[in-house]
Design a protein around this ligand. Structure first.
Ligand code: SF4
Ligand code: SF4
Length: 427
C-alpha cells in the first residue's frame, strides 16, 4: 500500500549505518601513481583540446589540455612527471567513456614549474581556470550571484572525505571561500554542516563566524546532502533577500584548491578520497593524486584485487559500479567502495546480482525525494520513449540512488535514469 500513500505521509527513508572512517584521523597521502589516466573532459559532449602528443615528456603540473567553452575553459594538468603513453577513450568513474591522456611516471629531476606560471598570471580569475579548478565560472561572472554556499555534508553514509578536509583544513576552506567571494564581489558566504556533527560544526563556526561567514545546520536525513535539499535550509527565513537562482554551491575541496592556487600558486592535483567497503579491513581517508587508478589505490591498501566482487565509485546509494579497476580518481571522486566476492553457490546470489521484473510495488516512487516516478520513467526509457520520460521528470532526478536501493527486483533504476539525463541536468 505504500505506493498509494500521499507524499506528506510517506515514510522518511534512512539507510542502514555503515562502517565509516573517523574524520578526525589524519588522512594518509599515498605516493605518486605508476600510471596516471587524466580525462580531458568530464562528459562525452563537453568540448576539449589535447595539447600533448604520444611519447611527449610532461612535467608535474604541466597543462596537457583544456575543457569547456572559452572564455570559461579550465586547464587539464598532469599530476606527475613522465611520458605520454596513450591518448584514447577510457572509462571514467561517472560511467561514461571520455578521451584521456595516459602518463607513465618517470623519475625525473624536473621540478614543478607550474607554480611559477600561476604566480605570473595577473588576472586572478584566470589563475583559478589555469589551476584546473572546476567552478561555475559563467554563473559567477554573469548571473549576479548573491551567495556562495559550501556543501559541507556527505553524499553517502560511508563517506567522510569532506568532513576530513573540513576538520583538518578548516582555516584553508574558509580562507578559500573569502578569496572567492572577494574575487567575484559576492556578499554572502554560507557553510552547511550536518547538525549531528556537533564537534565539526563548532570547529567550523569558530573559524567561519570570525570571518563573516554564516554556518547553517542541516538535518541528518538522506539525501539532505543534495544541493537542492540544502537550499531549503539556506533559504529558510531569507527567501526575501536571497533567491534560488542567485545562489551557487561549491565543494570544500575546491575552496582549498582556490586558496592553494591564489596564495601559493599550486595547481589542483590532489583529492581527498574515502576508501571503505567489506574488502577494506580498515576504512580510511586518503590524499590521492588525480589520475591514480582505482587498482593502484586498492593495491596500496594491500587489498587482494582477485577477490573483489564489485567496486563502486561513491557509496551504496548513489555510487556507480565500475566495469574495470582501470578507472582514474577524478576531481569528482569522493570515495571508493570495494566489496569482497560473494559465494555464488549461496542463496543470496540473486539478491546481489540478478535484475528481476518490476512487481509494481511502488517502493521506488515512495522513496523518491524528487517526487518523480522512477519505474515509469525507466519503462519509457527501455521502450525508447525518451521524450515521454523527459515529460514526466527524467531531468528532475537528483541521482540519490534510493529507488535502486529499495527496489526488491534489483532494477538499477538510478543508473538507467542517470545515464539518460541530458548532460546539462547531470549533477
Ligand atoms: S529517481 Fe532519482 S531522485 Fe528519485 S529516488 Fe531514484 S535516483 Fe533518487
Ligand atoms: S521498479 Fe522496483 S521498486 Fe519500483 S515498482 Fe518496480 S519493483 Fe517496485
Amino acid at each position: 500500500m505504500d505506493g498509494f500513500l500521499p507524499t506528506f505521509v510517506r515514510r522518511k527513508f534512512r539507510p542502514e549505518k555503515l562502517k565509516e572512517p573517523d574524520y578526525r584521523v589524519v588522512p594518509e597521502r599515498i605516493g605518486d601513481p605508476r600510471i596516471a589516466i587524466i580525462p580531458l573532459h568530464d562528459y562525452p559532449s563537453m568540448p576539449f583540446k589535447c595539447l600533448v602528443s604520444l611519447h611527449d615528456k610532461v612535467q608535474i603540473g604541466q597543462k596537457i589540455g583544456w575543457k569547456g567553452k572559452e572564455p570559461f575553459d579550465v586547464s587539464v594538468l598532469s599530476p606527475i612527471s613522465g611520458i605520454v603513453k596513450e591518448i584514447a577513450n577510457h572509462p571514467v568513474p561517472s560511467g561514461s567513456r571520455v578521451m584521456c591522456v595516459v602518463i607513465e611516471k618517470k623519475d625525473s629531476d624536473i621540478e614543478m614549474v607550474r607554480s611559477e606560471n600561476l604566480v605570473r598570471i595577473k588576472d586572478k580569475k584566470r589563475v583559478l581556470q589555469e589551476a584546473g579548478i572546476p567552478l561555475e565560472y559563467k554563473a559567477l561572472t554573469e548571473r549576479g550571484v548573491e551567495a556562495i554556499v559550501v556543501n559541507g555534508t556527505e553524499f553517502e553514509p560511508n563517506l567522510t572525505s569532506t568532513y576530513t578536509l573540513l576538520w583538518h583544513r578548516t582555516h584553508e576552506v574558509i580562507n578559500g571561500l573569502k578569496l572567492l567571494m572577494n574575487l567575484f564581489s559576492i556578499k554572502q558566504g554560507i557553510v552547511c554542516i550536518e547538525r549531528k556533527n556537533k564537534e565539526l560544526l563548532d570547529r567550523v563556526k569558530e573559524h567561519a563566524e570570525s570571518s563573516g561567514v554564516a554556518v547553517v545546520k542541516a538535518e541528518r536525513s538522506y539525501p539532505e546532502s543534495g544541493n537542492l535539499h540544502l537550499l531549503r535550509y539556506v533559504l529558510k527565513g531569507k527567501k526575501r533577500v536571497l533567491k534560488e537562482g542567485k545562489v551557487i554551491f561549491v565543494r570544500p575541496q575546491d575552496l582549498i584548491a582556490i586558496r592553494d592556487a591564489l596564495e601559493e600558486g599550486k595547481p589542483y592535483l590532489e583529492k581527498y578520497v574515502t576508501v571503505s567497503g567489506s574488502a577494506i579491513g580498515n576504512p580510511k581517508n586518503l590524499i590521492v593524486k588525480i589520475g591514480t587508478t582505482f587498482s593502484e589505490v586498492l593495491e596500496k591498501l594491500d587489498v587482494s584485487l582477485r577477490h573483489l566482487s564489485c567496486v563502486i565509485m561513491g557509496g551504496p546509494l548513489m555510487g556507480i559500479p565500475q566495469p574495470t579497476l582501470h578507472v582514474p580518481i577524478t576531481q569528482f571522486t569522493d570515495g571508493i567502495w570495494a566489496l569482497f566476492s560473494v559465494d555464488l553457490t549461496k542463496t543470496h546470489r540473486s539478491k546481489v546480482y540478478s535484475e528481476g521484473v518490476c512487481v509494481r510495488c511502488a517502493k521506488c516512487v515512495d522513496s523518491c525525494p524528487a517526487s518523480i516516478v522512477p519505474n515509469v520513467i525507466v519503462d519509457f526509457l527501455k521502450k525508447g520513449l525518451k521524450d515521454r520520460a523527459l515529460d514526466i521528470g527524467l531531468n528532475l532526478c537528483i541521482e540519490c540512488g534510493l529507488c535502486s536501493y529499495v527496489c526488491p527486483a534489483k532494477i538499477p533504476l538510478s543508473l538507467i535514469i542517470r545515464t539518460e539525463k541530458t548532460p546539462e541536468a547531470k549533477r
